[in-house]
Design a protein around this ligand. Sequence first.
Ligand code: AMP
Length: 568
Amino acid sequence: MDYTILADTYEELESVSAKLKKTDILAELLRKTSVDELPKVVLLIQGIVFPKFTGLELGIATQMMIKAISKATGFKPRDVEDKFKETGDLGLAAEECIKSKKQVTLLKKKLTVDFVFKNLQQLAFVTGEGSQERKLNLIAELLVSSKPKEARYVVRAILGELRVGVAEGIIRDAIVNAFLFKDGMSKEEKAKLTEAVDYAWNIVSDFGEVAKIASEKGVEGLRKVKVQLGRPIQVMLGEKAESIEQVIKDFGKIAAEYKYDGARIQCQKQGDKVWLFTRREEDVTKQFPELVEFCRKGLKASECIVEGEALAINPKTGSPLPFQILSQRIHRKYDIEKMVKEIPIQMHLFDIVYLEGKTLFDKPFKERRKILEKIVKVIQGKFGLAKQLVTDDVKAVEKFYKEALDAKQEGIFLKVLDSKYVFGRHVGGWMKIKPIMETLDLVIVGATWGEGARAKWITSYVLACRDPDTGKFLPCGMMSTGLTEAEYGSMTETLKPLIVEEKGKNVKVKPKIVIEVAYQEIQKSPNYESGFALRFPRFQKIRFEKGPEDADTIQRVEELFKSQGIRG
Ligand code: AMP
């Protein structure tokens, strides 16, 4: 397939915002794609060339891209950079450069989907001496052969900034429309087709492959997809519950479990081989060699997939440490053995979804737990089952909840005993009970301009609390979520006149604007002047009625931190 077809589709997708319209455009593209090219096209449409779980990245930074555009077009890097500054989008800068290209080259090839895909994939594998030069050549080779519009999307794809607004739901619906839906089918029939695509995606974790199966084998093929050990499957998540009392009223006897403050890890075992994946499909097998050993010794099955929460443990006292400490291990690439000693972990298993060739999704939770209990050989203090209490006694669950918080955990999960394993969040499966965090009113003291399509806006904000003794504002977090596009726009207009210093994309602003911020929790942090950091801060609203002198104080932050009762 000609890459032009893809570039035209990207442009079309970019130009519409309605979900249905995007789905139609994408379904049309899928219909005219050959079966062999489907996996590639579906990945490219998401702006990637490897499924997420592979962890492979192209690793091309802005500066290298500027060099590559310069090399392919004859423009000086500075000129490319100027064009980049004008538009905030290197894709558009490349397009401009190609339009008025100074170099005529004889090396032009036809730009096909295959050619782009191959060169992009190769970028991820170029390492060692001379790798910069080889990467430059791979990119330049594509740009030399690109028409202006094609260059726009090649560059954006390489930088991981495609942003044509195709979310998973749209890809799923487009696959249904392109290969499964027939005129005259009812809504219910269509819902079943969507369910089948969803199921296959949850197991295969790659829409490229799902599209190919749908096109070749139809809905039956999708329903029969097999678990492939070594590849993560998607996970079940929880909903927030109203109260312990309400859950017990609705469901009667339930299983309460600690909600551990660690990282979810999916452990897959096949003979002696073990793979570990995070909830976001990252392969962390290398980062946790001790857990690999625990799985080898502690899972009495030749093939299985179990899930649990890995918790960091203080090696001296044996007491649990917060997620923040454990997170240092998740992306660690070197000194792994040292980390194993410094931040040991403890695994708390809570589910099993696959055993000896069979999936267990349809079995009720209580049965899955029994199976799990049977196959797990506890390794004291290291590898065991999540603490559980099965009861319909509200008082007993409340006591259990307090125990969990006293044990420095996040709260509890209430799990419906008869619930199947359902991918994603859904009602009536797992419900979480956590302490409600109060919001904070904080002052914006700094900010960062956005990138790509968001370059026109200030999109992240440095939040600070007030020190009433010195009158200083002490940063305690960086927030970039919770705003609508319109809010980014008005926030930018509000902050622009307050900018006092600008360094690259970072600006300092006069402490004037107070916003209400929600967050998951407060942690101690040496990175911020206040000594605290908000975890997952979310914008609620601007408190126009408040001035900086009304903002919450450092003492308030500290009080809230202590009242969480779960940090030491
Ligand atoms: P949340 O991120 O608040 O939606 O909570 C879901 C996460 O809680 C899961 O992905 C797990 O990482 C974590 N978790 C901790 N303890 C448990 C448990 N006993 N059962 C299920 N998930 C748990």
